[in-house]
Design a protein around this ligand. Structure first.
Ligand code: IPE
Ligand code: IPE
Ligand code: MG
Length: 249
């Protein structure tokens, strides 16, 4: 367990240990080229490969990617179904490669709505790569930040019913779906929108936010390096003054 990064202050100028990304703009990338939206999602998978390689090169330890939100079921049925097919295909083709590269694969989100084939591939990939330590790749699928917090409360109260009378943030943290990772240091959203869209609500409390107009399929290693450079230029104060931070360094 990692304690909250609001207390465990990372060193300034370092590469983020945990990078969380909302991969947005696939549809607009395709539209600009008069292609169907799914063509953008396919190119988006290429960008995922690039960014995984980039994270390994840069020494990022945890990469968390928002692939499908609990709200994305509202999209047209054919787009949802194509996204699910892409997910299945990506798992079939990539899990062994991830394993050879020392990547630990995890999925967070409510899996109960997924087809058995997809759940099976997720479970197989998770088990196969569980011992890897180079990079932890987490895919958020049918994930919502509010779902995460409520499922954590439900699990806490099941284990410790007496906590219904009151509990602290630290009581809840072990039940959140990313309890195995430190909180994200850097959040990136591509595609120009400046919102969180129900991604990691609890975990982003003190994360540095970076928004770029670059559409996800165009987000390459150079773009990743640029985002990390922006992060490295920031001062993370966690409530303290700049002078206090300077005195500690
Ligand atoms: C992000 O790209 C991928 C998913 C949400 C699955 P979008 O599909 O949201 O692309 P835009 O926002 O329409 O361009
Ligand atoms: C957020 O993207 C979810 C993912 C990238 C998977 P959306 O494009 O669906 O977000 P909103 O709904 O426009 O905020
Ligand atoms: Mg979008």
């Amino acid at each position: 367990m990692f304690s909250s990064s609001t207390r465990e202050v990372p060193e300034v100028g370092k590469v983020p240990r945990h990078l969380a990304i909302i991969m947005d703009g696939n549809g607009r990338w395709a539209k600009k080229r008069l292609l169907p939206r799914v063509a953008g999602h396919k190119r988006g998978v290429e960008a995922v490969r690039e960014v995984i390689r980039g994270c390994i090169e840069q020494g990022v330890e945890y990469l968390t990617l928002f692939a499908f939100s609990s709200e994305n079921w509202r999209r047209p049925a054919d787009e949802v179904s194509l996204l699910m097919q892409l997910f299945v295909r990506a798992l079939e083709q990539e899990v062994d490669k991830l394993h050879r590269n020392g990547v630990r694969f995890r999925v967070i989100g409510d899996l109960s709505r997924f087809e058995p084939r997809l759940v099976e591939l997720i479970e197989r990939g998770t088990a196969l790569t569980a011992g890897n330590t180079r990079l932890t790749l987490t895919i958020a699928a049918n994930y919502g930040g509010r779902w995460d917090i409520t499922q954590a409360v439900a699990r806490l109260l099941k284990v410790a019913p007496e906590k219904a009378a009151g509990f602290e943030p630290d009581d809840l943290a072990p039940f959140l779906s990313m309890a195995y990772a430190p909180e994200p240091d850097l959040f990136i959203r591509t595609g120009g929108e400046q919102r969180i869209s129900n991604f990691l609500l609890w975990q982003l409390a003190y994360t540095e936010l970076y928004f770029t107009d670059t559409l996800w399929p165009d987000f390459d290693r150079a773009a990743l390096v640029g985002a990390i450079a922006s992060y490295q230029g920031r001062e993370r104060r966690f409530g303290r003054t700049s002078e206090q931070v300077g005195a500690d360094a």
